[in-house]
Design a protein around this ligand. Structure first.
Ligand code: UGA
Length: 437
């Protein structure tokens, strides 16, 4: 099939690349000239494992192209996928301005047989609104499909090629069949729903996962108070198939470009309908407080943090991405510096983006060794593989004080016991003080 994808962010790019990989002819369109020039040469604007190889091979095979021209990109396409961003507005609502612009661009070049697919995360009712907008401008009836995306950054290709489900929200059977046909080579279960249900499935899924994380974080804090171990508790709970093991990892709160924004956006929509989503308000409150937890633990341990050198390992909101949006590291770095601490941070890929947000407030270094040298304490903020494999006894020797605040529970009890001297504070597990009694 001949497919156009509007928007080359995580979702647009991964979708375009994967659809070309399964044999379609895909043209990706973006207004950012520099980005399109880079992509045409196989240069990625983001860090996403596995994406570059597929980008290269599909460009070489002639199935994947990039353009800034809507005329060229939209001409004569069977399917037009909209994957532009819907960022958060000041009031928490989704900003639909990129989507509206995409609709205007499409209406100038769309032909009657083209089906429009909205992948961007949009509030209930948006697909219908965009359909009317395009029909008014182009002057003929069009078919629209709500096809929300469930891929995660850091595993975008895997998640697209091996999705748990594909949701096709439609009001026209023939159009739905065409989209089903487009995805057929993926061999993934497909669920046909109404357009409004599809829009809601995306939000309900994301806010459920965010709530699952806030739930486990709250239980973790409770475990800490009563001497239980959240890792064992989560494992024991997760074995129950009704609960499931995924997304029960306690930590320092969820971040990224999706959960924080989508929880706020759903609350905003609910408000418009006079619905009180009380549980979601707690999800947000718990998450905010969880982002401060490591600093609170350090304050409790040290009394004050003025003049303390804190080594911070990890900046990205999660491993395998350079994305800093809503990363807990931002809150932690700002709180620490406000309290007079000196923060020296290292991340394998996110330093460039972190500099744009944290500026000169903290020092950025290029290796773990530089960060930990002479540090009063070590904060582990992102669970990069590189940090899970640290030679802890060696790390601790290089620090001024062997004190670790682990926000991601990277180490097991026996790894800590194997250290000669250490104070180890983690999330929802008993504190461990070794060799210093
Ligand atoms: C999330 C969803 O998982 C995707 O299904 C969805 O498509 C995407 O949002 C989106 O709407 O575009 P993503 O934000 O890439 O994906 O990252 P996740 O892997 O879901 O992690 C989000 C945050 O939750 C991270 O800060 C992570 O550290 C945290 N998390 C995740 C936990 O604290 N504990 C867990 O058990 C899992």
């Amino acid at each position: 099939m001949k497919i156009a994808v509007l928007g080359t962010g995580y979702v647009g790019l991964s979708t375009g690349v994967c659809l070309s990989e399964i044999g379609h002819h895909v043209t990706c369109i973006d207004i950012n000239k520099e980005k399109i020039e880079d992509l045409s040469q196989g240069i990625l604007p983001i860090y996403e494992p596995g994406l570059e190889a597929l980008l290269d091979s599909n460009i070489a095979a002639g199935r994947l192209r990039f353009t800034t021209s809507h005329r060229e990109g939209l001409k004569d396409k069977d399917i037009i996928i909209i994957a532009v961003g819907t960022p958060q507005r000041e009031d928490g609502a989704s900003d639909l301005s990129y989507l509206e612009q995409a609709a205007r661009d499409i209406s100038r070049y769309i032909v009657e047989r083209s089906i429009i697919v909205i992948k961007s995360t949009v509030p209930v009712g948006t697909n219908e609104f965009i359909k009317k907008m395009i029909e008014k401008e182009c002057g003929f009836p069009i078919q629209i499909i709500s096809n929300p995306e469930f891929l995660r950054q850091g595993s975008a290709i895997h998640d697209t090629m091996n999705a748990d489900r594909i949701i096709i929200g439609h009001d026209n059977k023939e159009a739905a069949m065409k989209i089903q046909e487009m995805y057929r080579p993926l061999n993934v279960p497909i669920l046909l729903t109404s357009i409004r249900s599809a829009e809601m499935i995306k939000f309900a899924s994301n806010v459920f996962l965010a709530t699952k994380i806030s739930f486990i974080n709250e239980i973790a804090n409770f475990c800490q108070a009563v001497g239980a171990n959240i890792e064992d508790v989560a494992l024991g709970m997760g074995k129950d198939k009704r609960i499931g093991e995924a997304f029960l990892k306690a930590g320092i709160g969820y971040g990224g470009s999706c959960f924080p924004k989508d929880v706020e956006a759903l609350l905003h929509t609910a408000n418009l309908y006079g619905i009180n989503l009380a549980l979601l308000k707690e999800t947000i409150r718990i998450n905010k407080s969880q982002k401060e937890l490591l600093v609170k633990k350090a304050l409790h341990r040290f009394g004050e943090l003025t003049g303390k050198k804190i080594a911070m390992l990890g900046l990205a909101f999660k491993p395998e991405t350079d994305d800093m949006r809503e990363a807990p590291s931002i809150n932690i770095a700002r709180s620490l510096t406000k309290l007079g601490a000196e923060v020296v941070a290292y991340d394998p890929v996110a330093i460039k983006n972190a500099k744009g947000i944290l500026g000169d407030n903290i020092l950025f270094v290029n290796a773990v060794e530089e960060a930990i040298w002479n540090a009063d304490a070590l904060f582990i903020v992102t669970e990069w593989k590189e940090f899970l494999q640290l030679d802890l006894p060696n790390v601790l020797k290089k620090m001024k004080h062997p004190i670790i605040f682990d926000g991601r529970n990277c180490f097991k009890e026996d790894q800590i016991r194997a250290c000669e001297f250490v104070e180890y504070y983690s999330i929802g597990r008993p504190d461990m003080i070794i060799g210093m009694e």
